[in-house]
Write a protein that binds this ligand. Structure first.
Ligand code: AHR
Length: 612
């Protein structure tokens, strides 16, 4: 029996409680949320070294017809590599094949080309010959042309770059398409910064629509970005640097994210994260590199330039458009400051060399310049006070389903004395219980999240991790949203997150549970006002982690029976036949909340919780 104290006004749940954590892991951004279709668009993937890595570009044509090489001859200073396509065929004795020779890019495990859709193609080119150049999307087997535009390159000037940008309409579909540039004229062509974007992106800002919509549907209170270990990297020289990810996309150097070990062109940069937060109507939380990578730390004596760099980064987000870095932001199309009010000083670095000393250097500088910004420490204060000041501390937990389920009570005993609030910035069930996103994992996470609601006087923010995985590059398992280059689905964990989307800012009502047998489900009772319906709703969540059916009788103390209308009330049930069941591309909605209308009962409300 669940007895709800319905007339008690309850306690407010922070409006910040449930948000999301975006990390560039599993190709979450490059080849994922960032809708750029060309991988390694500037041929820079070798980093600052020459010869560079042009993968996944490859030649179209035999080696006696075409040769690819890289040169440091780009017109862009910060990304110096350009591709040279030497066309050897095109003579009487060696004519080129009918469909020409050139270069192909298969995107990130295929390019999703759809008939009737438009794509914006941009690149820089120079040529030592006057050529007809075919710019096209082709099918996976390279036998069909899905879209094509022929360019007459008449400006024969091997030292002067020309920008080309145009719309390409697809007249055929292949989810595994490729991008190709071909010609049948002998000579040399240089190519750089090749981009192809679907014309439709989320809010027109470059995010893949289907994936961004799944984020919007979570109604997240905040977005923590860009990592995770991605922020630190293995080596400092490869760590994520905000400064290298802003300004025109074609001038960005890109970098190797050496923790998750793949190249990013950094189209999704610091500005784009801030813009995403705005587009999702959520608060940005920037995690910056505090001079610490997994292998090296900067000593306190040398930390000042790092501090200055972060202050510049804050100015980029928040400074007036007349400030040095605010001007750069304004030039990117956002004169108004972004509301960057939360910043994490590093990620999981508490026990790495010099963390506390360097932390204080960042803390003091940011606090002095921006006293209103909330600062997040990596050190756990669950079992005792921190030895340094902070507004929040990070708490990360990855464990098996039973442990996480038990941790619904993790913060019950946490001291309520003054001190930093908890930011559970990463949590998930991992290991054998999780499969690649099992129901069992999701149910345990639901119990843990209910525990967070109940303890939301001390836990003010929480986010599941990781958010995304490209099915062809699963570097961390499990994840919330699974996608490939053209489709996506939510794991049961994603749907549990959705079930909590109305918790932020609701009120937690007191209740009591009593049982004559077995163990109780994990329950929370919230009251929230629905603006559209201009009505107050009671929101009851219950997790049954066992494999028995649990009948629950619900009474509302203090409300007359006819005070509860049940109008527009529903029951949403998330379960499946087996605890280890999962969603998949073949059955993307096998496990999703099943919604049924709630009938007004004759006496007390009776609900049956199925197993799991
Ligand atoms: O979420 C995956 C990883 O787990 C994050 O990069 C890191 O912070 C944690 O160890």
């Amino acid at each position: 029996t669940l007895e709800v104290q319905a007339t008690n006004f309850g306690r407010s749940i922070p409006s910040t409680l449930f948000g999301i954590f975006f990390e560039e892991i599993n190709h979450a951004g490059a080849g994922g949320l960032w809708a750029e279709l060309i991988s390694n668009r500037g041929f820079e993937a070798g980093g600052r070294s020459t010869p560079s890595i042009i993968d996944p570009w490859y030649p179209k044509g035999d080696d006696h017809d075409v040769m690819l090489s890289t040169e440091e001859t780009s017109l862009f200073r910060r990304n110096p590599i350009a591709l040279r396509i030497s066309v050897l065929c095109g003579t009487a004795s060696n004519p080129c094949p009918a469909d020409g020779v050139g270069v192909v890019n298969p995107g990130y495990w295929g390019i999703d080309v759809r008939a009737g859709k438009f794509y914006t193609v941009t690149f820089w080119l120079r040529s030592d010959t006057s050529v007809d150049l075919a710019v096209k999307f082709i099918s996976e087997d390279e036998q069909r042309t899905l879209a094509q535009q022929t360019l007459k390159v008449e400006k024969v000037n091997s030292s002067s770059w020309e920008k080309y940008s145009f719309r390409l309409e697809a007249n055929d579909t292949d989810h595994q398409g490729k991008f190709a540039l071909t010609t049948a004229v002998k000579g040399s062509i240089w190519l750089d910064q090749v981009s192809a974007f679907p014309e439709e992106t989320y809010k027109g800002h470059g995010y893949r629509t289907g994936l961004a919509q799944m984020l919007e549907d979570l109604k997240p209170a905040f977005i923590r970005f860009p990592g995770g270990c991605y922020v630190e990297g293995e080596r400092l020289e490869n760590a994520w640097r905000w400064r290298d990810t802003v300004g025109p996309w074609y001038e960005r150097p890109g970098h190797l994210g050496d923790k998750w070990n793949y190249w990013s062109d950094d189209g999704l940069g610091y500005f784009e994260y801030l813009q995403l937060a705005e587009d999702l109507d959520t608060a940005p939380i920037w995690v910056f590199n505090n001079g610490i990578s997994h292998q090296y730390s900067v000593t306190p004596r040398l930390i000042q330039p790092w501090v200055d760099d972060v202050l510049d980064g804050i100015e980029f987000a928040r400074g007036p458009k007349t400030s040095k870095w605010g001007r750069v932001r304004a030039a990117m199309g956002h004169p108004e400051p972004f509301p960057l009010n939360h910043i994490a000083i590093g990620n999981e670095d508490c026990y790495r060399p010099w963390y506390r000393e360097n932390y204080m250097a960042f803390y003091n500088a940011i606090r002095a310049a921006y006293p209103e910004i909330k600062l997040i420490s990596n050190c756990d204060a669950t079992n005792g006070p921190l030895d340094h000041p902070a507004d929040y501390y990070d708490f990360h937990i990855y464990t098996n389903a039973y442990n996480l389920y038990s941790m619904a009570h993790q913060f019950d005993q946490k001291s309520r004395a003054d001190g930093p609030k908890v930011f559970v910035s990463e949590y998930a069930v991992t290991g054998a219980d999780s499969g690649t996103g099992s129901l069992l994992a999701a149910v345990a996470e639901g119990a843990f999240m209910i525990g967070l609601e109940i303890n939301s006087d001390v836990v003010e923010m929480a986010s599941y991790a990781p958010l995304f995985v490209h099915a062809k590059d699963r570097r961390w398992n499990p994840d919330c949203i699974v996608f490939d280059n053209w489709q996506q689905y939510g794991t049961p964990s994603y749907w549990v997150q959705q079930l909590f989307k109305d918790s932020n800012g609701a009120r937690l009502l007191p209740f009591s549970l009593s049982s004559t047998w077995g163990s109780n489900p994990i329950v929370s009772v919230l009251r929230r006002h629905d603006k559209d319906l201009d009505a107050d709703f009671v929101l009851i969540k219950a997790v049954n982690f066992g494999n028995d059916v649990v009948p629950v009788r619900i009474t509302f103390n203090g409300l007359p029976a006819d005070g509860i209308l049940y109008t527009n009330s529903t029951i949403a049930t998330l379960t499946s036949t087996h605890a280890m069941d999962e969603n998949s591309f073949a059955q993307p909605k096998k496990i999703t909340p099943q919604i049924s209308p709630m009938e007004k009962p004759n006496s007390d409300l009776q609900v049956v919780l199925p197993p799991y």
